[in-house]
Design a protein around this ligand. Structure first.
Ligand code: AKG
Length: 261
């Protein structure tokens, strides 16, 4: 817990923190297997774009959220009552993975209030060569730049269709978030971040999990959340999915899938 306190203090100061060895090697291997599985299920979707709707009812994602350290760390940052409001794999193929333009997550999110943390779990090495996430430390103290003030990006070339204009940021202060498989970074919804393309011969796999306390309302019709721990707040009308039932015709088999029968 002392380690968590140090890292949370760093998060409050810089807008991000890095937690090492959060998930086991076997879950890392299953994340890599999951990307292959999703590519087979959705051959027309690029692996940077396995979005929430494809993941929210997947037992493997529920299994990751049930990992002791993921729950412990999320509760340490947000308190005992927590849910997931967004899941997204941003996996970049060797030599082909797309960049993510500079942005602040909160500019896009319908959250009231904007009380949320992003967990970024490394399913592979993630480093300067293969297009790791980059952040501008301290920029979490800036106001959110609305999408109308951002520039349009070509979605054939970039993961997101908008990016903060170069003139609005000091990109020379950016830090590379270099992670080993199983490590996790946490970032603030206001921090300016993005990533370069993957020009290396290795995959770069990241799973983002957006965690909210149960007092944060997701103001988007029929949006589905996953309850993780503690109590739901009756006054906050978020929708929660049921615990999924593992079906080998539909889901990837993983170590622990029997808990979803
Ligand atoms: O994975 C990346 O390259 C960017 C991640 C990102 O934009 C996010 O997690 O909000």
């Amino acid at each position: 817990m002392i380690k968590y306190l140090e890292l949370k203090t760093e998060y409050l100061k810089k807008g991000y923190s890095i937690h090492r060895n959060v998930i086991s090697n076997s879950i890392v291997e299953d994340i890599q297997k999951h990307i292959k599985f999703l590519l087979e299920c959705f051959p027309k979707t690029r692996p940077e774009s396995f979005h929430h709707d494809m993941l929210v009812n997947d037992p493997f994602i529920h299994h990751i959220l049930d990992q002791k350290k993921i729950k412990e760390i999320s509760k340490f940052y947000l308190g005992p009552n927590i849910s997931l409001f967004g899941a997204h794999y941003i996996a970049k193929r060797p030599f082909d993975g797309k960049p993510v333009g500079w942005h602040q997550d909160g500019s896009y999110w319908p959250l009231k209030p904007m009380n949320v943390i992003s967990l970024w779990i490394a399913g592979s090495h993630s480093n300067k060569k293969n297009g790791c996430m980059r952040v501008i430390p301290g920029s979490q103290n800036k106001k959110l730049i609305p999408p109308s003030k951002m520039e349009k990006l070509d979605q054939e070339r970039y993961v997101l269709d908008l990016g903060i204009k170069k003139s609005d940021i000091k990109s020379n202060t950016a830090q590379n978030i270099e992670l080993s498989p199983g490590d996790m970074s946490i970032h603030n919804p206001n921090i300016i971040h993005g990533s370069n393309p993957n020009l290396s011969s290795h995959w770069r796999i990241g799973l983002t999990l957006r965690i909210i306390p149960s007092t944060t309302f997701v103001d988007r019709e029929n949006w589905k959340c996953i309850h993780i721990a503690g109590k739901k707040d009756r006054a906050i009308k978020n929708n929660y999915v049921e615990k999924p039932i593992f079906n080998k015709e539909k889901h990837m088999e993983f170590d622990g899938c029997e808990k979803y029968s």
